[in-house]
Ligand binder design. Sequence first.
Ligand SMILES: NC(=O)C1=CN([C@@H]2O[C@H](COP(=O)(O)OP(=O)(O)OC[C@H]3O[C@@H](n4cnc5c(N)ncnc54)[C@H](O)[C@@H]3O)[C@@H](O)[C@H]2O)C=CC1
Ligand SMILES: O=C(CO)COP(=O)(O)O
Length: 339
Amino acid sequence: MDKVAVIGAGSWGTAIAFVLAENGHDCLLWTRRQEQSAEINERHTNEAYLPGISLPRNLNAVSDLKKAVEHAEIIVIAVPTKAIREICIEIEKYTEKPKLIVHVSKGIEPDTLKRISEMIEEEVDPGKRQAIVALSGPSHAEEVVLRHPTTVTAASHNQEAAERVQDLFMNHYFRVYTNNDLIGVELGAALKNVIALAAGIIDGVGYGDNAKAALITRGLAEITRLGMKMGANPLTFSGLTGLGDLIVTCTSVHSRNWKAGNLLGQGKTLEEVVSGMGMVIEGVRTTKAAYQLSLQYDVSMPLTEALYSVLFENVPPKEAVDQLMSRMKKQEIEDIFYK
Ligand SMILES: NC(=O)C1=CN([C@@H]2O[C@H](COP(=O)(O)OP(=O)(O)OC[C@H]3O[C@@H](n4cnc5c(N)ncnc54)[C@H](O)[C@@H]3O)[C@@H](O)[C@H]2O)C=CC1
Ligand SMILES: O=C(CO)COP(=O)(O)O
């Protein structure tokens, strides 16, 4: 059994630690808040993030990051994208021997346009880390802790490391594949949140299933178009971390990105939505990054552009949809691969 530290005890970090503890690993869950670590250790719950769920008795929490890092051979980072760099700096400080680093976050950093594994590479000295693996796929925490069947992908340039992570997490309700296309997996994971926000808006303004289906398929087309220019394997976007995660995030009541979009579609402001959610809505910052990427790589991403105009330029959602529908006519498939 492995010694693992999960860094971040929000809904996903807790669910991931739940799986590791159930698999019999010696797992320490790190949280910033001492009261939260006491709740996990004494009551075996994390009510703020996973209400009503009993956590495994062998799952322990700490609020001392040094202790968590020193405990582990494998570090699993589960904080929002905006916290990745500061957490990595801390992890590096407490690391002596190089460790395998897994991340389960989904985002792209605006302005630098870096993926999460690239941020980890920049912040953790190569002498303090082994391979980096992204674990990603259609996986809402709320369903994982009910042991509902879930499939994800362990992606890395290092196949041995991806297989180690596959073995670490795999059990009867949590099935893990591997994929060596780290770029495609990380891009799909981040960019689906942009489309999920838009899907929520579509529902919020009262449009129907036709519009949602169009959004998912044309969203996949623009993600694939950008991904191919950035060096991803286009087939990855038809997999769990592309189409799979698009479907779950655009259609699930658990999705925070969908919920946020839904409220925007009903007329709430971005500030109201963000302050009321209490959990991370990765798609907001990722929309900014995706829009910047579309300009940098000169890739047409009309849905991303439309969402950017709603979020950051105060364009009313219905007006943004009207603009999308009145664009010049196109060919469907060639448009995905060649424009
Ligand atoms: N919730 C889910 O079902 C899934 C979430 N993810 C991804 O996992 C990542 C984390 O998401 P959630 O756990 O859902 O978010 P969350 O909002 O439920 O929890 C975030 C956690 O990170 C902590 N945190 C925030 N800023 C921090 C900082 N600067 N330093 C240290 N800790 C900080 C918060 O205190 C909280 O414990 C996101 O990138 C998300 O897209 C991926 C798959 C599923
Ligand atoms: O990535 C997720 C499911 O795969 C979680 O999505 P939300 O952040 O929208 O809840």
